[in-house]
Design a protein around this ligand. Structure first.
Ligand code: PLP
Length: 398
């Protein structure tokens, strides 16, 4: 049996559902990307992204590239071959950012993190304190590790860097937290942020960003890495993005404008609260499954379980990919798979971006059907537990 009836539920942790308004905003003819109209739109969008990152100082630069492009921009612009960076190990995405650094000839040292745990900020501080000669040029941290569904402590990592009195740059990947989580770039003294379009910003994949403060921009002046397409010197003027290397991805900006309108109309803090509510409902459901010997929430520390996706760990001897395949083929619900070493052990439920309560409840119900069909044990009452978390806020009752 394969269902193609009704809505197909796309519950991946990126790309995410693209709102009709965003799709419609992008469905338009090309324009002159050097013309005043487009330049004004571009500049306004970059400023509005600053507000999402809560920065007044950092310059946002957009790229016609998926998140990997912004990773590459961060490494290419800030460093020289042989530089040492300390990468807080969080999973598949921290490892791939580190791999980008090594591809440019950097020494990427890993700060290990046990599986299912958050980055150890005490170990971070200790490692930096031992680096008396300041050989470590940067600390790199993924805010929300999309492969494990674990949010990592940015403010606490900043405090550890400060307590060690270390001058390293602080680089944070916000690709799966941007516009889903509170992020305070200036307050947390993050020197460079990497962001992407296809998650909380609800755009198609293919656009990414960096935001660099004055310390990062100064580091870029002396950096010796080869670069061209991502070279800030080819894109920035007077501390702001003034051009692209090549044709500007204008349709992304039309989509971005529409997405920012939606986020601002809802209110950023309401957007964050909504992500929290849907995440709590998901976790309550998975906890009920776990109570019956079924799948469980992957992160061990509940306070650091991600609000934008939930990674679900299968009980021993059961295959997450079989559940995913059944969920999609029989019930029309697409789930994210486990990446690298987590393949088969984990499936991931994306609950960020353009999503509402019935979509989440429908997906959770369909996952229960898939667990049943796959012969995976699970405790009952998951949906009631999820519903109990979905209490309306005062604004919703009006
Ligand atoms: N960083 C994180 C946290 C991600 O989740 C992803 C993609 O899912 C990336 C980086 C890479 O971005 P992209 O796949 O858009 O190149």
């Amino acid at each position: 049996m394969s269902t193609r009836r009704g809505w197909q539920f796309f519950m991946h942790p990126g790309p995410t559902n693209i709102p009709q308004r965003v799709l419609q905003a992008m469905a338009r003819p090309a324009v002159d990307f050097t013309g005043a109209g487009f330049v004004a739109l571009r500049d306004a969008c970059l400023q509005r992204l600053q507000r999402i990152l809560k920065t007044e100082r950092a310059a946002v630069v957009a790229y016609a590239a998926s998140g990997n492009g912004a990773w590459e921009a961060s490494i290419a612009n800030l460093f020289s071959p042989g530089d040492r960076v300390l990468v807080c190990e969080s999973g598949y995405f921290s490892r791939n950012w580190a791999a980008t650094a090594t591809a440019f000839g950097l020494e990427a040292e890993s700060l290990p993190t046990p599986e299912r745990a958050t980055v150890d900020v005490r170990a971070l501080g200790e490692r930096l304190s031992r680096d008396a000669g300041h050989a470590i040029k940067a600390v790199m941290l993924v805010h929300n590790e999309t492969s494990t569904g674990i949010r990592h402590p940015v403010a606490e990592a900043r405090a550890a860097i400060d307590a060690a009195g270390h001058p390293a740059l602080f680089l944070v990947d916000t690709i799966s937290s941007l516009a889903s989580y509170d992020f305070r770039m200036d307050e947390w003294k993050v020197d460079l942020v990497v962001g992407g379009a296809q998650k909380g910003l609800m755009l198609p994949p293919g656009m990414s960003f960096t935001a660099a403060n004055e310390k990062a921009l100064a580091a870029a002046q002396g950096a010796g890495n080869p670069r061209r397409y991502f070279d800030w010197r080819n894109m920035m003027k007077d501390g702001r993005q003034a051009a692209f290397v090549g044709t500007a991805p204008m349709h992304f900006f039309y989509g971005l404008e529409a997405a920012l309108d939606l986020l601002e109309a809802e209110g950023l803090e309401n957007v964050f609260a909504r992500h929290r509510r849907l995440a709590q409902a998901t976790r309550a459901c998975v906890d009920a499954w776990a109570a019956g010997g079924g799948p469980e929430v992957f992160p061990l520390e509940r306070a650091f379980a991600s609000d934008s996706l939930t990674a679900v760990l299968m009980p021993q001897g059961h295959d997450a990919d079989r559940v995913r395949t059944i969920a999609e083929a029989r019930y029309g619900v697409a789930l994210g798979r486990g990446l690298a070493g987590l393949q088969g052990r984990v499936f991931r439920i994306g609950h960020m971006g353009d999503l509402n309560e019935p979509m989440l409840l429908g997906a959770l119900a369909a996952i229960e059907l898939a667990l049943r069909d796959a012969g995976v044990p699970f405790g009952r009452g998951g949906l009631e537990a999820a519903q109990a978390e979905l209490v309306p806020g005062p604004d919703d009752l009006r």
